[in-house]
Write a protein that binds this ligand. Structure first.
Ligand code: HEM
Length: 492
């Protein structure tokens, strides 16, 4: 990584507070706990040569010299936000980040003892089988079926996922050129690549349907400080509940009170989900206009219906009324639950943010995910429906089954979850939900708003899965051992 530092900007009083231990980690890769947060990101899905792992290990040795770690990324992010707060502008610093993850096939290919790795991971069903095998469970059917994916279907073997993140297109290209030289030196080939780009202008920080994204994230104990005035919340982020680190990083205490199950070589690593989600923006816009007009007695505005389906207005303001009048309102507001809204008359039960994080429902903390997505493709302009655009959805956690898959399967896709107004069915998560073929329940949502407006919303599917991969983001030590062909089980 390259960091050009202009001036030290850390505020002295913050420096004096003890630093949470994981904040300084040089073992946990960047982007798991400390977000890469860059406007230009490259996703590279790589395949190692068929040479008993020699090429893959050689490639990993090069990646080890450039991979980013938590302490480095968070130092940068902290300096950035302190400077923004102190001077009201972005500081003159830049950095290019690199993250490396391995699929199950990739691990087996480079490891010294693949048979033991198979045994170690025998209870990690989704990771070892991959997302294509889980497609039916996750509602990836029809046009979203693996046969139509650009990568990650059974036929296309991916061994490694590389994420490179930079402040400018030029810096990204430069890094990618260096990495491409390592690819060819070691016979590593690219199966597919995607380019994530933050949208610009009024859409900056928003996803393609137009809604502000990247607002609500879990806080992490031992990584984030606790807020002095809001016990259990991350400092300066009311509503961002602190979750045990083992929910996101192996080898640390999780919400169950113990570290997550798994062999020691998983420690300080995390499981990564990458999903390429194509968005039909024109289709979404038309459906929102059509369905809003169906509300009785008078119809509601398309903007209000859109907000009902997401749970936040386009500028990020939640529909939920926070209990705290200061921290519970505004564009970045996150200090609310749905406890005061059991019928969904403020935030309908079909709303994406309510389905994917129902908050006061227990025990939601075991189903949190660390989201690291970025849009791909150009912003929508009226009539431009053919262009491929969407979200590179990325998330991290220590259980695919209990976190990402649980949210998608049992909350977003489940018409029986969260009965809405008067117990009426609320269909699916209207952003990401799909009912698998032969599934039961209606995808329609009956919405009754506080002012009495009422309608049954029928939305098609405007988010399509076009690629997916599950990978493991190892600690630096495990990455080093793999690269050196050392055993992951003690002395090798
Ligand atoms: C193209 C697809 C998607 C779009 C357009 C989208 C959009 C959004 C938006 C606008 C927000 C609110 C902003 C925020 O709190 O950060 C949000 C939040 C969230 N999304 Fe998505 N999302 C997509 C896919 C997914 C998927 C696949 C999942 C997981 C299965 C997911 C899980 C979440 C979660 C957990 C939250 C935070 C909820 C909260 O804590 O309030 N999203 N999403």
């Amino acid at each position: 990584m390259t960091t050009i530092s202009a001036r030290p900007t850390a505020a002295p009083e913050i420096e004096q507070l003890p630093e949470p231990p994981l904040r300084r980690s040089r073992e946990i890769q960047g982007n798991v706990l400390a977000a890469f947060n860059k406007d230009f990101m490259a996703f590279r899905y790589m395949r190692f040569p068929d040479d008993n792992g020699v090429g893959g290990r050689g490639w990993l040795s090069v990646m080890l010299n450039t991979v980013s770690v938590t302490a480095g990324v968070e130092d940068f992010n902290e300096e950035f936000s302190l400077s923004r707060r102190a001077y009201g502008q972005d500081p003159a610093i830049t950095a290019t980040w690199v993250g490396v993850s391995l699929t199950y096939q990739g691990l087996l290919q480079v490891a010294r003892d693949p048979e033991r790795i198979k045994q170690d991971l025998s209870s990690f069903g989704s990771f070892t089988q991959g997302p294509a095998a889980m497609a039916a469970e996750l509602g990836d059917d029809g046009s979203s079926a693996p046969g139509n994916w650009l990568f990650g279907s059974e036929q296309t073997g991916i061994h490694a996922v590389l994420i490179v993140a930079a402040d400018t297109e030029e810096a990204l290209e430069e890094k990618l050129r260096n990495i491409a030289a390592a690819d060819s030196a070691h016979g590593v080939t690219m199966v597919h690549h995607d380019d994530g780009r933050t949208l610009t202008g009024d859409l900056r920080g928003h996803e393609h349907f137009g809604y502000k994204d990247g607002i609500s994230q879990p806080g992490v104990k031992d990584f984030h400080r606790e807020d002095r005035e809001h016990a259990g919340s991350r400092e300066n982020r009311p509503g961002s509940t602190l979750v045990e680190p083992g929910e996101f990083v192996f080898g640390h205490r999780s919400e169950s009170g113990k570290p997550p199950e798994g062999p020691a070589w998983l420690d300080n690593g995390s499981l990564q989900v990458v999903r390429r989600l194509r968005q039909d923006v024109g289709g979404w816009n038309n459906a929102v206009v059509r369905e809003a007009a169906k509300f009785r007695p008078t119809g509601i505005s398309p903007d209000l219906l859109g907000a009902c389906l997401v749970g936040r207005k386009k500028d990020g303001t939640p529909l939920a009324q926070g209990e705290n009048p200061v921290t519970g309102v505004g564009q970045g507001a996150n200090d609310f639950t749905y406890e005061n809204d059991p019928q969904g008359t403020q935030t309908p039960c079909a709303a994406h943010i309510r389905r994917s994080h129902p908050r006061h429902f227990e025990p939601t903390q075991q189903h949190r995910i660390m989201r690291r997505g970025i849009p791909y493709g150009p912003a929508y302009t009226a009539g431009d429906d053919a262009t491929d655009r969407g979200l590179m959805f990325v998330c991290y956690g220590t259980s695919l089954e209990r976190q990402f898959e649980f949210v998608q399967r049992l909350w977003s896709n489940n018409p029986r979850f969260l009965p809405g107004a008067d117990g009426a069915p609320n269909g699916l998560d209207k952003v990401t939900g799909t009912i698998k073929e032969g599934g039961t329940g209606s995808p329609d949502a009956h919405i009754v708003l506080a002012d009495g407006q009422e309608g049954t919303v029928s939305m098609d599917r405007f988010v399509q899965t076009t690629g997916a991969v599950y990978a493991f983001t190892p600690s630096i030590t495990t990455l080093r051992r793999l690269a050196a062909h050392e055993s992951l089980h003690g002395k090798g």
